[in-house]
Design a protein around this ligand. Structure first.
Ligand code: URA
Length: 216
């Protein structure tokens, strides 16, 4: 019996373009699909959901945190718990909308049990995803929230209190370490010189730099 071939047999979705040489993923959807299947480190076995991103995939500003907590693991989105709510307030204080102006992600995409700090091996296993996120989003500014993000990206091991608020260049992008919002929740004072007060200085400097870069 001859098989009928209809027009729909030829009507396939166009293939996405291949990634450029040296890159792994053609786009962020491909990255999310791969990360959802990932078992490269032991965190894959204990996660509820993979936690890759929230915000605008074309944003000029990227914020990198440490790793998902319980709320993030349950919802599959980064920074949606108490620390995330504070982060959104900090951004709103300088008129930055997390859905429009910012792309938010973490060093590791699966929750470390008990919210422990991810190990060097876990960070290294997950780093290719983070580097691809940076390449694909192509932000002008990256904020490294907390010591783990600083260590993962720059290798710098100095305490965050020493280096927060300092601009440097990393691979052609402006980078600034900032306090992790969870640290600010544990240190609620707003007095001059307190971590919250310093964060307020830092986010204003970020807003100024963003405006400067968007105009140039
Ligand atoms: N802390 C982080 O570093 N990332 C999150 O997504 C939530 C809390």
């Amino acid at each position: 019996m001859t098989q009928q071939i209809s027009l729909f047999d030829f009507w396939a979705e166009p293939e996405p373009p291949p990634p450029p040489t040296g890159a792994t993923f053609a786009n962020l959807d491909a990255l999310v699909a791969a990360a959802s299947q990932c078992q490269k480190c032991p965190l894959g076995a204990t996660r509820t959901n993979i936690v890759v991103e929230r915000g605008n995939r074309n944003a000029p500003l990227m914020i990198i945190g440490e790793g998902p907590g319980q709320n993030e693991d349950e919802q599959g989105l980064p920074f949606v718990g108490k620390a995330g709510q504070l982060l959104d307030k900090i951004l709103a204080s300088v008129n930055l909308d997390p859905d429009r102006d910012v792309y938010i992600c973490n060093v590791v995409k699966c929750r470390p049990p008990g919210n422990r700090v991810p190990t060097d091996e876990e960070i290294e296993s997950c780093k290719p995803y983070l580097l691809e996120q940076i390449r694909l989003v192509d932000p002008k500014i990256i904020l490294l929230a907390g010591a783990t993000a600083v260590r993962a990206i720059t290798g710098e091991k100095q305490g965050i209190t020493k280096i927060r608020g300092q601009w440097s260049q990393w691979e052609g992008r402006w980078v600034m370490p900032i306090f992790h919002p969870a640290y600010l929740l544990r240190n609620p004072s707003r007095e001059q010189g307190s971590p919250k007060w310093l964060m307020w200085q830092d986010i204003q400097a970020v807003k100024r730099k963003l405006e400067e870069l968007m105009l140039s």
